[in-house]
Write a protein that binds this ligand. Structure first.
Ligand SMILES: NC(=O)c1ccc[n+]([C@@H]2O[C@H](COP(=O)([O-])OP(=O)(O)OC[C@H]3O[C@@H](n4cnc5c(N)ncnc54)[C@H](OP(=O)(O)O)[C@@H]3O)[C@@H](O)[C@H]2O)c1
Length: 257
């Protein structure tokens, strides 16, 4: 097997929420395999920093301020990317937020916000890159789910609902766009140390301890752990893989007790 199967030389990847945490880990992975990267997120300071780090690797990078749940932002993201790079080969739908509240306390606004960013944003971005990928003869879409794509949760019920939807959206897009040679897969991270989860250690030490003990690998993941799977799903190595949802969790989702 040739290592060229995994090269991303000449490819352009758009990573939503790519300025930190899991998105940044995946963006760095794709850049290390040769891709040029567009970082699409809200915080411009974090985005500029990440763009500099990718450029320091010898790749081209561009930051675009985007709210993924706004259709006009998403159109601008695609147009700006095409103006600069002329193509889009890979989309990582990673932008996401969490609201930690039991269902009886959740407001309608919180419900809408989480569903809009985590699920509607994924649909809008995928729909916006579809004509570009179709024209180019194919593409790769990687959607970020969660352990909550598999399990229910009384702690993060709307997050779990959105992440369950990520898997069904992934399967549906995979079926719809397989004839256009667009592979659509989901990645289901376990417990990864990022801004989203860092509060658990300090604010809920007992929960942090219980989670840590339940992970067969006996450690939380770090964003760099996502690099290999990102390269696989973005490269020719996965050309006959579509509609899957792959846990990357140190064994958390197969732990029986
Ligand atoms: N950490 C974990 O253990 C874990 C486990 C499973 C799944 N995940 C998923 O992994 C993804 C990344 O999370 P993370 O843990 O890396 O947390 P994070 O560091 O908070 O990353 C979230 C990213 O999304 C961006 N973002 C949020 N709202 C956005 C919006 N409306 N439009 C565009 N970008 C937006 C943020 O950037 P700006 O603030 O600059 O917009 C940030 O880069 C999320 O989908 C999350 O649900 C995380």
């Amino acid at each position: 097997m040739s290592l060229d199967l995994f090269t991303l030389q000449g490819r352009v990847a758009v990573v939503t929420g790519g300025n930190g945490g899991i998105g940044k880990g995946m963006a760095m992975g794709l850049a290390s395999a040769g891709a040029d990267i567009v970082i699409a997120a809200r915080n411009q300071e974090k985005t500029s920093q990440t763009v500099k780090e990718i450029e320091a690797m010898g790749r081209q990078a561009l930051g675009i301020q985007v709210e993924v749940q706004r259709a006009e932002d998403v159109s601008r993201m695609v147009e700006t990317t095409l103006d600069r790079f002329g193509r889009i080969d890979i989309l990582i739908n990673n932008a996401g937020i969490v609201v930690r509240k039991p269902p009886e306390e959740l407001t309608e606004e919180e419900w809408d916000r989480v569903m809009d960013i985590n699920l509607k944003g994924m649909f809008l971005c995928s729909k916006a890159v579809y004509p570009v990928m179709k024209r180019q003869g194919g593409g790769k879409i990687i959607n970020i789910g969660s352990m909550m794509s598999l399990f229910g949760s009384g702690v993060v019920p709307v997050y779990a609902t959105s992440k369950g939807g990520v898997v069904q959206l992934t399967k549906s897009l995979a079926i719809a766009w397989a004839p256009q040679n667009i592979q659509v897969n989901a990645v289901l991270p376990g417990w990864i140390v990022t801004d989203m989860t860092s509060g658990i250690r300090t604010n809920a030490p007992e929960r942090y301890q219980a989670i840590s003990e339940r992970i067969p690998a006996k450690r939380w993941g770090i964003p760099d752990d996502l690099r290999g799977l990102a390269i696989f799903l973005a490269s020719a190595a996965s050309d006959y893989v579509t509609g899957t949802a792959i846990p990357i969790d140190g064994g958390y989702s197969v732990m029986g007790n």
